[in-house]
Design a protein around this ligand. Sequence first.
Ligand code: GLC
Length: 465
Amino acid sequence: MKLLFCASEAYPYVKSGGLADVAHALPIALQKSGKVSVTRIIPLYRFAKKPATMVSFLHEEIVFAGARFKVIYYRTYEEGIETIFVESHILSDVDRLYGLDNDALRFTLFSRAIVGYARKERFDIIHLNDWHTALAALFVKEFALPSKIVFTIHNLAFQGVFDASWISVLGISPHYFHMDLLEFYGKINFMKAAIAFSDALTTVSPTYVKEIQTPEYGCGLDGFLRKYAYKLQGIRNGIDTETFNPSADETLSCRYRGDLAGFKTCSKAALLRVKTDLPLFIFIGRLTEQKGIDLILKLSKEIARLPMLLAMIGEGEERFVKACEAIDAKAANISFYRGYDEALAHRMYAAADFLLMPSRFEPCGLNQMIAMRYGAVPVVHKTGGLADTVHREAVCGQGILFETFTPEALLAALQEALQYYHDRERFQKTEYFNFHCDFSFAKPAEEYFMLYEELTGEEKINKIR
Ligand code: GLC
């Protein structure tokens, strides 16, 4: 089975969020299963980390809406899979991934480039991810390609919504501009194209599947998603257990050598440079409302008085950065590092007793799984993928959940965590238990494969008929 896996970012080349981690690890896991031959396709941004070798193999001119775009395709083989990079001036010569005035045009071009390549080389499945690749679903249908389309929603909060005036610029037929297709409150919505035209829709956890069909989490698309609920399913993400491997992680000063308690003590002392009996909580993530940083900030006075340490790392909205810097200056037990430092984040996971993840909503979330792999216990808001991966009971993985998204509920969860921490035997058992859970992509990849097979199997049956 031949698969074209399409995304706007993939680690290690370019990463702004969890999508890049999934676009890294899932194709590798699929290829490793031996059942799928995977080609990954991503844009080549000027600032991306380039592979050791890559070869240009195709020069194209993509024409739409009367404009011509020169596109170069490059190919590389790394970590056992083929990756194709798409380079074109408007897509590539930029200083950031998203948030440019011509994003609508940039990602329409990328979607055209995906389909242009898929027309040359037949794929059984074209797997699209998030709004940046969503229009490819429409182009696949327009060119009547036989490939089946899977579309994965990693975050419904970003749908690719643009002014209706873009329609003619992008060369999209006005025929699609109605509420059952691309129209969205008078604007054009890229994600709607993929929801309508894909053969299967997935999102990154089973709970998020239910949530996005409600007005509270549906971001205006809950009705539209309910209409297509028959083709929607949840497959939770995994993590790359090689990058996140406490036994072999080169960023760590202490590595796991069969003694978890020793590993944790050594890592904590290395990070904090002092010995302490206080539990260390960490927060790693974008400083946005989604991640619930506002909830932590609202509790900063209480946290300052609790017998705990809090270390935070992240970058994001300026108002949150300022507020984090302010509490770092005020409270002796809170520290904040602005920016994103992958190595420091690894050392924090290894040192932490608890990971704080009070996300307002969370399609899947990867940090809670990474934390457990490094022996830290997650304290999370019971939503989306957090509700699917963190449990009160002793099933993989175990942690503390709070149900209502309020500072009071988070405070109660922190107090519960403190008690938990001092019940040493129980706490260490949980750490140990989580540490040995399988959060790899092996099982999720198997579920994707089953879905692909279902779709291509239908095709075969139709042919026989
Ligand atoms: C987005 C979501 C996150 C998910 C990731 C990968 O970043 O916010 O919850 O884990 O995509 O699917």
